[in-house]
Design a protein around this ligand. Structure first.
Ligand code: AMP
Length: 217
């Protein structure tokens, strides 16, 4: 399957993407994770991306699209992928369409995770991520680690992402409404959008997502 995941920051896209990708046996491709990997390796791309990410803005399309294309061209993505955080505006969606068209393939679904704004702000403010593996995500109240500041899975250090500060979150939400939400209408016109609520326990949301993808609604 070829799936795009959309939803506001804090809706749980990363958490759900990891689980869905495992269940569906497709690679989880997160442009945010790819940028963060570049930042830790201190590449030129990482340096460029960091300034935009810290401000809560989108990294310019040209580099983002090139990076996403490069990742989708890897052999593990040949038969499917789950895109998390890409596309994030209509021009990225158009670039993705062109790429897929040139390869004679199509998206199967765009999964839209819905969550109220006050909830996503709470989720982001308490989010803590493992330095060793960004798929290991905790929340200070909703899913606290056994030992404060330490990842239950691998013992890595937990930290708060630079762009999870309250001020940056406001910008990210604004960017989501103005730039990313329009892609939902773009894909709705192609009959691809399935919307589910991102509220409730993580397992329940995953179950809801799998059901929705199966039935296409
Ligand atoms: P995420 O981990 O998906 O929340 O992304 C974190 C940050 O990375 C975003 O706030 C953007 O600054 C940047 N980013 C991730 N994906 C994209 C994208 N498709 N286009 C532009 N910027 C992106």
């Amino acid at each position: 399957m070829r799936i795009v995941l959309v939803g506001p920051p804090g809706a749980g896209k990363g958490t759900q993407a990891t689980r869905l990708a495992e269940k569906l046996r497709i690679p989880h491709i997160s442009t945010g994770d790819l940028f963060r990997a570049n930042i830790s390796r201190q590449t030129e791309l990482g340096k460029l991306a960091k300034s935009y990410m810290d401000a809560g803005d989108l990294v310019p399309d040209e580099v983002t699209i090139a990076m996403a294309k490069d990742r989708m061209a890897q052999p593990d993505a040949e038969n499917g992928f789950l895109l998390d955080g890409f596309p994030r505006n209509v021009s990225q969606a158009e670039a993705l369409d062109e790429l897929l068209k040139s390869e004679g393939i199509k998206l199967d679904a765009v999964l839209d995770l819905e969550a109220p704004e006050d909830e996503v702000v709470k989720r982001i403010a308490g989010r803590r991520v493992c330095r060793k593996d960004s798929a290991h995500v905790f929340h200070v109240t909703y899913s606290p680690p056994k030992q404060e500041g330490v990842c239950d899975v691998c013992g890595g250090e937990l930290y708060q992402r630079d762009d999870d500060s309250e001020e940056t979150v406001r910008t990210r939400l604004e960017v989501y409404h103005t730039q990313t939400e329009p892609i939902i209408d773009y894909y709705r016109a192609q009959g691809l959008v399935v919307t589910i609520s991102a509220m409730g326990p993580v397992d329940e949301v995953t179950g809801r997502a799998l059901e929705a993808l199966k039935s296409g609604q």
